[in-house]
Design a protein around this ligand. Structure first.
Ligand SMILES: N[C@@H](CCC(=O)N[C@@H](CS)C(=O)NCC(=O)O)C(=O)O
Length: 309
């Protein structure tokens, strides 16, 4: 039975945002518990923990829940500071890789898969994004997206070459590395030959890629979703409550009922009481019949918090 100190990652193997977090767990040399979630709704073992947030990954430690890979990585760094991985411009690199480069990865992969994408998956992603998941349009966009994708891979090549470092923020690996790597891993996991072609001639990048693979993903042990819920129900939320350091609008909502939602896609509203706000995080508290009281932490960048009307 897992315990309340364990890192529990709710994820699935093919999820690139999860691969990024798994890579950081590897960098830190950590042991962690794995709950494999479905890649589409319904997710009955996840929603009671998150209050409605459905995306992957989600990290749970006891009754403290962290939504979005950005704040998950920040929390891993806070709890396990050695080796230091919050280096240089890691966070902006992470956001670029998540938002801009990732969109080109999606266009190439789903455009090239075309008719092979299952109708149920398409319907789920249309609901997630609120827009058509148009594989024909993606197929038309795939070729130009390849040029943009390779151009962005070229930024990694030139960053490594000009600094003459093994990793993006120096000679040790940091958050920027698994973050940028997720796009390469995603494309290579579906279309390995295409990835090799698009990375041709990028010698520094290919060495970097091999180093990240060599670092691995820590020590993973599978547990059930039901066990993870049990851990939350038996634990008190303690770790997630940072000091309020943030002046301004959001602090006026401390103690109030708020709605939190992602600002890009998967904007499902998550209701709770805002209990803490810092420059980088918002923390809400909510009570669920299955888990009892839990905190849920979101990054400031990527999410909006508004007072419940
Ligand atoms: N900004 C989020 C994005 C997460 C995300 O979009 N994850 C994908 C999987 S890699 C997802 O949840 N897709 C819908 C699903 O799997 O249900 C993060 O960094 O964690």
């Amino acid at each position: 039975m897992p315990n309340s100190d364990d890192i529990i990652l709710h994820h699935y193997d093919a999820s690139p945002f999860s691969d990024k977090v798994r890579g950081l767990l590897g960098l830190k040399g950590l042991s962690w518990k794995s709950v494999v979630t479905p890649n589409m709704m319904p997710k009955p073992d996840l929603i009671p923990l998150t209050g409605g947030y459905r995306r992957a990954p989600v990290m749970q430690i006891g009754a403290d829940i962290y939504c979005d890979s950005q704040v998950i990585m920040a929390e891993i760094e806070r709890r396990f500071p050695e080796p230091e991985t919050d280096l240089g411009s890691s966070w902006p690199v992470n956001l670029w890789a998540d938002r801009i480069w990732f969109q080109h990865s999606v266009a190439i992969i789903f455009g090239s898969l075309g008719d092979q994408v299952a109708p149920a998956f398409i319907a789920d992603r249309e609901k997630l994004s609120g827009r058509p998941f148009d594989v024909k349009a993606m197929a038309a966009a795939a070729e130009p997206a390849k040029a943009q994708w390779r151009a962005q891979a070229g930024w990694i090549e030139s960053a490594l070459a000009s600094a003459n470092d093994a990793f993006l923020c120096g000679d040790t690996a940091g958050i920027a590395d698994p973050s940028a790597h997720m796009n390469i891993w995603f494309l290579a996991s579906v279309f390995p030959d295409m990835a090799s072609e698009l990375l041709q001639g990028f010698d520094r990048l290919n060495e970097w890629r091999a180093s990240i693979k060599h670092i691995g993903q820590g020590d993973r042990l599978e547990i059930s979703g039901a066990d993870a819920i049990r851990v939350a129900s038996e634990a008190e939320p303690v770790e997630a409550i940072p000091e309020h350091t943030e002046a301004g609008t959001i602090c006026r909502m401390i103690g109030k009922k708020v709605i939190t939602s992602a600002d890009d896609y998967g904007r499902d509203p998550i209701a709770g009481e805002l209990i803490a706000s810092t420059n980088q995080r918002s923390v809400i508290m909510r009570t669920d019949p299955a888990t009892g009281t839990a905190t849920i932490t979101f990054p400031k960048v990527d999410f909006v918090v508004t007072e419940e009307q």
